[in-house]
Write a protein that binds this ligand. Structure first.
Ligand SMILES: *Cc1c(COP(=O)(O)O)cnc(C)c1O
Length: 473
């Protein structure tokens, strides 16, 4: 299978090459030339597979340039009880009536990003070894992404990680998670500034072509194809968990920010998984809610992004959205190019004439949840079911309940565990002890390793020079 860009100007590439990429050279996003179709007979064969076996069956249709035995080895080392706390990896539990919760947050950093990032870490290491290459990952994080990346890449050969975070702006738990790591290849840098300042520094270094080449700079952001691929697997797994025959349809409600998670659901549906509706749940940052209800996409400048109590969805632009629009526009890459160049310069676009396809053919629906909704949902679920959910998951459940149709089965993604966002849980319910997995006991008491720097790209560059040997010019 070959990979092409949504903008149509990149030559077809292999999976291994795409794996190490951020944006395509033409500014688009990489995706497979076509999505493989899975018929009902194959679905039946997959129904009883364990998580790693199912992951193998799905991924080998996409990662065709990795020998099967090697891919299987990567997958089997990734999806273990040891890493995800249980053999199901992404277990489903029933909430009420036809609403289920899909537990995606049982990995090392207690957020769904681990499911993909743990795979990516092992796949990166494998591909770099094959190519005899190395990579310096630089990233900016306000919490979940950075810690998931660090836990996936810690101790890996030929990979150095420099993760920038805004000094004093993350939760105590998130800080402890990242800064307590002692691996030599993990470098935590706290910047005296905001998240956007961190991101600007990353951008500045990435755009310095000479520096980028000298130190093999790379990223692991949410547009990475390997992450999307790994996320497709749990849509299949969850579908099998709540149905007994492939004649049944199931919908998913996904708390969304960059459109990465739900994009994987969209691809699973395109592959033939009997998904009814894909429900996009947003917080107060509702650009996606607007698009999926009205057909107008109007990204906002970062200074108009709301800071909310479901912070991992605080985005002003949905960076994976282009993958869906490409398909919606029948792979018209010239048009995609035009629309998203517009987005880059702050313009929106209107595809309201295609809403019939968005809703019926592709099955999308959307709703929004606010701080008050989130608190009410957390409180009600706890009082009625003894069920504690994090603020992002609460957004998804709120929207699912609001949009649920007669007889519709909806699986709501649990994208983080409540202990990560204790403040909001306590605001909703009152003082309480929030359960946490054993491996995070005492986390906040461990010594922390972090370098605090002024908000200057050059200071970060110096850190990189100090730890990474430059390639000869
Ligand atoms: C990243 C994240 C999201 C949003 O996922 P996208 O793939 O960006 O849409 C939702 N909830 C949590 C807890 C996250 O960390």
């Amino acid at each position: 299978m070959k990979y092409i860009s949504t903008r149509g100007q990149t030559k077809p590439m292999d999976f291994s090459d795409v794996l190490l990429m951020g944006l395509a050279p033409d500014g688009g996003l990489m995706l497979p030339e076509h999505y493989p179709h899975i018929d009902r007979t194959v679905l039946d064969e997959w129904r009883t597979l364990s998580y790693p076996k199912l992951a193998m069956a799905i991924m080998q249709r996409f990662a065709t340039d990795i020998p099967a035995a090697d891919l299987q080895d990567i997958i089997e080392r990734t999806y273990t009880t040891e890493v995800f706390g249980n053999a199901e990896i992404t277990p489903v539990r029933k909430l009420e009536n036809d609403i289920h919760i899909l537990g995606l947050s049982n990995g090392p950093t207690l957020a769904f990003k681990d499911v993909a990032m743990q795979f990516l870490g092992n796949a990166f290491e494998y591909v770099l070894k094959k190519k005899e290459a190395r990579i310096t990952i630089i990233g900016a994080t306000s919490g979940d992404t950075g810690s998931a990346a660090e836990y996936a890449l810690r101790g890996k050969d030929n990979i150095e990680v420099f993760m920038l975070s805004p000094h004093g702006k993350m939760s105590e738990f998130q800080r402890a998670q990242m800064y307590s790591l002692t691996d030599d290849n993990i470098h935590n840098i706290a910047i005296d500034g905001m998240f956007d300042d961190c991101q600007d520094i990353v951008k500045a270094l990435q755009q310095d072509a000479e520096f980028k080449a000298a130190y093999n700079l790379g990223t692991v952001n949410s547009i990475n194809w390997g992450r999307i691929l790994a996320q497709i697997v749990y849509y299949f797994k969850a579908y099998f968990a709540v149905t007994s025959s492939n004649d049944e349809q199931v919908s998913f409600s996904i708390p969304s920010g960059n459109f990465g998670n739900i994009c994987a659901g969209h691809i699973a549906r395109e592959m033939g998984l009997p998904i009814g509706r894909l429900i996009v749940a947003t917080n107060e940052n509702d650009v996606l809610n607007d698009f999926f209800n009205k057909g107008a996409y109007q990204p906002r400048p970062t200074d108009q992004t709301h800071i909310t109590s479901s912070p991992s969805m605080d985005i002003s632009k949905a960076s994976n959205f282009e993958r869906f629009v490409y398909l919606l526009l029948d792979k018209d890459s010239a048009r995609v190019h035009e629309l998203f160049e517009g987005v880059k310069s702050g313009q929106g676009f209107d595809l309201s004439d295609l809403m019939e396809a968005v809703n019926s053919r592709y099955g999308f629906a959307a709703g929004k949840s606010t701080h008050t909704d989130r608190l009410q949902t957390i409180k009600a679920l706890y009082e009625q079911h003894g069920e504690l959910v994090d603020p992002h998951t609460a957004d998804g459940i709120k929207v699912a309940k609001e949009l649920q149709q007669d007889g519709e089965i909806i699986i709501c993604a649990e994208t983080a565990l409540p202990v990560k966002f204790a403040e909001t849980i306590i605001e909703a319910i009152g003082p309480m002890d929030i359960a946490r997995p054993a491996h995070t006991e005492g986390l906040e008491d461990l010594p922390q390793h972090v370098v605090i720097l002024d908000n200057k790209a050059e200071l970060v560059a110096e850190q990189i020079r100090q730890y990474v040997k430059a390639n000869p010019a």
